[in-house]
Design a protein around this ligand. Sequence first.
Ligand code: AMP
Length: 454
Amino acid sequence: MKFSDLGLSDDILRAVTDAGYDTPTPIQSQAIPYVLMNRDLLGCAQTGTGKTASFTLPMIEILAHGRSRARMPRSLILEPTRELAAQVSEQFETYGKYHKLSKALLIGGVSFTEQNAALDRGVDVLIATPGRLLDHAERGKVLLRDVKVLVIDEADRMLDMGFMPDIEKIVRLLPHIRQTLFFSATMPPEIRRLSNKFLSNPKEVSVSPPATAAETISQALVTVSAKDKRRTLRNIIKSESVQNALIFCNRKRDVGILHRSLSRHGFMAGALHGDMDQYSRTETLGQFKAGKFNILVCSDVAARGLDIASMSHVFNFDVPTHADDYIHRIGRTGRAGKQGRAITIATSEDSKYLDMITKLLGYPIPAMENSAADQDDTTADASDKIAVAKPEARRGGGSRGAQSTGGIKSSNSGSEHKRRRKPSPSKPADFDDGSSSMSFGEEGHVPAFLLRKP
Ligand code: AMP
């Protein structure tokens, strides 16, 4: 199948060729013809499958004719995180380069003024995170009754992050007659129920069985005591040929602690989580993508959809409390047919979560051979103790303390071990919409780790 067989116009085909793609991916060849027929679509597809172009390309085609009116967008794409929203926006730029479609990005953490100005000019494509969109809608700055195409992307993620009540509110503001495209990496019963509610006689397309790990990812599990986790991680990083890696923590404050610990031990690391202001997040991601540092400690905000070419490793410094997150985290490596490595560090307290992952995968994560945990890094964590203690010393110091650690907000007490005894699996690690305000930090801040010399 070729792109030219899908019913797309010459201008879009030209933009696709310019982007360097010659063959549609399976989700694209299955979905695009139906979207062009104005059918509702239920797509079961993970990020990394070309899912974004499967809706952006036909949307450009559909929206090519017609004009937008002030504050009345003609289409709406809902994304769970600012990063995903920004990536979708970039794809509209790429594929829509021969069209004059206007778009606006409504995400938390950036000023309302520019967003209002864009809405006033009229937008063909509105890309938004749910909270910020509702903020605008409640202020009367955006009217959704002219929306012809609605995309709900990463629906299972939206559900996990607690966004579904917002989504339901938003859908009530839309006209009944519209086209709805609904994408989810997994189809648990609640997602099925919502898709039945939002979609009308949808065409279902599925490109890989729900929640499977790519075969290109070599997985491994190391079990250690809680106090040995950081040392184990360092040893493994040293023993594996890590080109670049994402290291996932379950909690934002642990992202900060681990980031500081790795930096103290000489690793070139950055940090990314949902409490960082938008400027720092964009900067950090840009620097990571450009190879300014090769280790990014992150929370699940980075797990979905981030498209970073050739990620050699993913580490789970904490076992995720939702099995789906395991699939999404490790899916950041082994993309587009490349080999990847995903290593999970567990403690004896994680058995419940590991059981759920085993169930989802259909097999247990294989134990790591020759565990590097036992190897040479004897720099026991005296310096880590300082790293843990430091945020406490800064308590009450406002955002400055947070800024100097790469935008980490942390004022918690208690040892890592103690914290681990109180997991809160029902509360998402990153409630990411950040709809109303920046949590801390100031625009223009350069995170401390970027000032280190490579
Ligand atoms: P997505 O699943 O939308 O996050 O896309 C994953 C990556 O695949 C992105 O870098 C896209 O630019 C890329 N991509 C999308 N469609 C194609 C295609 N037909 N051929 C090659 N790469 C593609």
